[in-house]
Ligand binder design. Structure first.
Ligand SMILES: *[C@@H]1O[C@H](CO)[C@@H](O)[C@H](O)[C@H]1NC(C)=O
Ligand SMILES: *[C@@H]1O[C@H](CO)[C@@H](O)[C@H](O)[C@H]1NC(C)=O
Ligand SMILES: *[C@@H]1O[C@H](CO)[C@@H](O)[C@H](O)[C@H]1NC(C)=O
Ligand SMILES: *[C@@H]1O[C@H](CO)[C@@H](O)[C@H](O)[C@H]1NC(C)=O
Ligand SMILES: *[C@@H]1O[C@H](CO)[C@@H](O)[C@H](O)[C@H]1NC(C)=O
Ligand SMILES: *[C@@H]1O[C@H](CO)[C@@H](O)[C@H](O)[C@H]1NC(C)=O
Length: 533
């Protein structure tokens, strides 16, 4: 890896002069094109609305319909008093959540097929939705999905704000997973106690505080033009939570060992950098940039090792997000910090080379038919996450007119990354050895026995905790179709067992759906400019 970086550096110096010449010519062309556009727009103005250069084009209908489905899954997962819910079999639930602490924690979303609100993956879901909206909101809008995405994000951020009543107190969980997992019932019928779990200065939890900061900072950018008051509230919470996370550096699984079995985190370095990067984007305060570059890049950046983007690991995503600064927003940034940003970008390039299937450094963590595959549990999370980063990076390249990516001396173009991303989503939608779609309700063949309480119990059945298990064991397909749910996914040998008891493969999650939404938003259209934030 070191070798590859120095190779490409040498190349940079050798071609510097040529580069400047090219830049000058391009600059002249851009000015001419700009004048031309202004003139044409002016000319057309009296006739019709002019096409802005950001107008999405080449809309892909199948990605538009799968995006619509993927977003609808959030309506399946909502807790609280549901309004205008598109899923007919969902009703109010969790209305008293938070009441013992005098808080309204009724909103938010259940993480997966069960009925717990886990703060860590929920915050991650919000961060990914925000990111998707910031980069590709104009694509979502072009296929009439933006309002649904905003609504789902808002549903989580309302909860997260309420879960943070004091600077150093964050409620990170509602419900007891041990109790919940012994029950099989619809959320609407829950009668069990819903205990709250908090972190505080005596029992801190860096990962979950920092991820919540990332969620609220990114969402503050999303809502800036929609509701400035709300955006400022989100940002204030984000900044407090980041300070909380950074002041008491302790893994939340260490402070609160009982969370260990459910969404424990493998370390907080990535969340601190991720949250710091989002806060830099949200505030442009240079101290956040210094935090993620000079102060902590070497210790926390993990730049030398490949990682897979997931609810637990945000190293790769942070590298992409900071590449963005290096691509588009270097004004006023010191040379030292720019070099640090360059290192993030080089780490991203290494990842992109791993993802490209025919590059010399292509990862072997993929199935025979080309799907990125890392772990048997919820395997598709890594495929869609990797594909999202790839399509985003390819758009950064296009927008910045970066023509080539070099992988061990071989040249790739942005379109190669996009092709890779398409290959992953095509697999998910049915181009696979099983000839089935992994998105419930998409295509003719899709999972019918998803591991999901609400989906598997008839709407009018009155069950308590235990007697619902007759629906778990039922040989009949789920009576309520959880439209849009992305299930866990195939084994390494491209097989899938459509059994309700198979939570490893057949359980959908909100965070995988958020990643799918992000990926489909990138692919549903093309536009020559990534929206800035
Ligand atoms: C701080 O959090 C711990 C762990 O959740 C909890 O046991 C404790 O009661 C909290 N402290 C206060 C003052 O609420
Ligand atoms: C904007 O956000 C604030 C704070 O959440 C809220 O009170 C207000 O109703 C919102 N305004 C609109 C127009 O939605
Ligand atoms: C949870 O993660 C922390 C930090 O990564 C680790 O120290 C702890 O042992 C883990 N807990 C369990 C039960 O695996
Ligand atoms: C790749 O897959 C192998 C098993 O095939 C696994 O042992 C290894 O940890 C994976 N590598 C990464 C980086 O995930
Ligand atoms: C595929 O892999 C799974 C999980 O490792 C295994 O149980 C199954 O037998 C394999 N199927 C075939 C056809 O090899
Ligand atoms: C899971 O469900 C399948 C299909 O109904 C069944 O064949 C299998 O025995 C079940 N496995 C367990 C561990 O209950």
């Amino acid at each position: 890896m070191e070798q590859r970086i120095s190779e490409s550096n040498t190349k940079h110096y050798g071609t510097a002069l040529c580069w400047w010449l090219t830049v000058s010519i391009v600059a002249i062309l851009v000015v001419c094109a700009g004048l031309f556009t202004i003139l044409t727009n002016f000319h057309h103005h009296s006739h019709s609305h002019s096409h802005s250069p950001q107008q999405p084009s080449n809309i892909v209908p199948k990605y538009a319909s799968s995006l619509q489905l993927a977003l609808q899954f959030f309506d399946v997962q909502k807790s609280g008093k549901v309004q205008n819910n598109r899923v007919w079999w969902r009703g109010d639930s969790g209305l008293r959540d938070g009441i013992e602490a005098n808080l309204d924690l009724s909103k938010g979303m259940y993480d997966a097929g069960d009925l717990i609100k886990f703060g860590f993956p929920m915050a991650f879901t919000a961060t990914v939705l925000s990111w998707a909206i910031l980069e590709y909101g104009h694509h979502m809008d072009a296929v009439n999905q933006l309002d649904y995405a905003l609504d789902s994000l808002n549903w989580i951020t309302d909860y997260l704000v309420n879960a943070h009543p004091f600077a150093d107190v964050l409620y990170i969980q509602v419900g007891d997973p041990e109790v919940d997992h012994n029950c099989w019932e619809r959320p609407e019928d829950m009668t069990e106690k819903r205990p709250l779990t908090q972190i505080n200065s005596s029992f801190p939890g860096t990962e979950v505080a920092a991820e919540t900061a990332a969620a609220l900072a990114s969402a503050s950018l999303v809502f800036k033009d929609i509701n400035l008051t709300y955006s400022e509230i989100l940002l204030e919470h984000a900044q407090q939570l980041f300070t909380f996370a950074d002041t008491y550096k302790v893994s939340y699984g260490v402070s609160i060992p009982q969370i260990g079995k459910f969404y424990n985190s493998s370390g907080y370095d990535d969340e601190l950098l991720w949250a710091g990067s989002w806060l830099y984007h949200a505030t442009k305060d240079p101290s956040y940039l210094t935090y993620v570059t000079e102060k902590n890049e070497n210790e926390f950046g993990s730049l030398g090792s490949l990682s897979w983007f997931s609810w637990d690991d945000k190293h790769a995503a942070t590298q992409v997000l900071l590449s963005r600064v290096n691509f588009f927003d270097v004004r006023g940034i010191s040379d030292e910090e720019n070099l640090d940003l360059q290192k993030y970008r080089e780490a991203t390039e290494i990842l992109m080379c791993k993802l490209l299937p025919d590059s010399q450094t292509a990862t072997t963590n993929r199935t025979k038919s080309g799907l990125i595959w890392v772990v048997p549990w919820n395997s598709l999370q890594h495929s869609v996450a990797s594909a999202f980063l790839a399509v985003l990076y390819s758009d950064y390249m296009l927008t910045s007119q970066t023509e080539f990516l070099y992988c061990s001396g071989k040249m790739y173009k942005p379109v190669d990354l996009r092709k890779f991303a398409i290959s992953q989503v095509e697999y998910v939608l049915g181009e696979n050895p099983m000839r089935m779609s992994f998105v419930v309700g998409y295509g003719n063949e899709y999972p019918k026995y998803t591991h999901h309480r609400g989906s598997s119990i008839p709407f009018d059945a009155k069950t308590g905790c235990r007697d619902g298990f007759k629906w778990y064991d039922s040989p009949q397909p789920n009576p309520n179709v959880a439209f849009g749910a992305l299930v866990g996914g195939p084994f390494f040998n491209d097989t899938y067992n459509d059994f309700r008891n198979n939570s490893m493969q057949a359980e959908p999650t909100t965070y995988s759906n958020a990643l799918l939404v992000a990926l489909l938003s990138g692919l549903v259209a093309t536009s020559n400019v990534v929206l800035s934030f």
